[in-house]
Write a protein that binds this ligand. Structure first.
Ligand code: HEM
Length: 237
């Protein structure tokens, strides 16, 4: 913006042969810049914090799940916990990937995404949202639809392995949909899988759950009701 403005100022002042910046952009207002920063902060940091918090809590509360994650990660590294990860190794972690997917389905960080209709948009046979109206699809019911994900209230990574959850792409709204869907949908799956796998080899963590631990607090994104920094014991393996 600064370079573009300097270029325009020099041209307006009558200078010739002024070097044009590689990218010419208009001046954005403080409000526009703030909104863009907010999008990035919310989209990346907040959603990732939510998913990470649930991932560690859910696996801590299900030692059988954490054991399988640990076992898979050890096997894929041939027993060497320091072996660097490759993309191929990450993608072959069937169970760990399924755990991450199920965490994202069971506790989706983002529960609704507002869209503005650019043209009349038919919602049903009898109702069309007029151009300019706001439509807010709700991700939660789509990800807890019993016709698509049997027993949706049960945390069950197996539905991604032996079940058919992977085929239900229409309901997979964790990362939104359409022109502005999340740029990080594959990055998130891979980094979360790498993170929980590596952590399972390096650390042991115990969550001292309370009766409210799996209740949900809507904090823009979803978080456990009981603050994440209470009730943990972490030891290095
Ligand atoms: C668990 C983690 C994440 C979840 C659940 C998530 C979810 C979402 C959702 C629901 C949207 C709105 C999509 C729509 O409008 O249809 C979105 C947009 C976006 N996300 Fe993510 N996100 C995550 C992590 C990230 C990360 C790590 C980044 C950056 C590295 C990121 C960057 C973005 C950006 C830039 C947009 C706006 C895209 C656009 O407007 O074209 N997200 N995300």
């Amino acid at each position: 913006m600064i370079e573009s403005q300097a270029y325009h100022d020099r041209v307006a002042a009558g200078e010739v042969d002024v070097e044009k910046p590689a990218v010419l952009v208009r001046q954005f207002s403080d409000a526009e810049i703030a909104q863009t920063m907010f999008t990035f902060l919310f989209a990346s940091q907040d959603a990732s914090s939510s998913a990470t918090t649930w991932l560690f809590q859910i696996t801590a509360q299900r030692p059988d799940v954490l054991d399988r994650v640990r076992q898979e990660n050890l096997e894929i590294r041939g027993g060497d916990i320091d072996k660097p990860l490759s993309l191929e190794m990450l993608e072959s972690m069937t169970y760990t990937n399924a755990v991450v997917k199920e965490v994202l389905r069971w506790r989706p960080p983002v529960i609704f995404v507002p869209y503005t209709c650019k043209k009349d948009f038919p919602i049903t046979d009898t109702y069309t949202a007029p151009k300019g109206s706001m439509v807010i699809p709700s991700c939660w019911p789509a990800l807890h639809d019993p016709e698509v994900y049997p027993q949706p209230a049960v945390f069950d990574p197996e539905r991604w392995i032996t079940g058919d959850a992977n085929e239900k792409t229409k309901n997979w709204l964790v990362f939104g949909n359409g022109a502005h869907d999340c740029i990080a949908r594959q990055y998130v799956q891979l980094t979360m899988t790498a993170m929980i796998g590596k952590a399972s080899l390096e650390v042991d963590w115990v969550h001292h759950a309370t009766s409210r631990s799996e209740e949900i607090k809507v904090f823009a994104t979803l978080f456990p009701m009981v603050s994440w920094f209470w009730g943990w014991t972490v030891t290095m393996c």
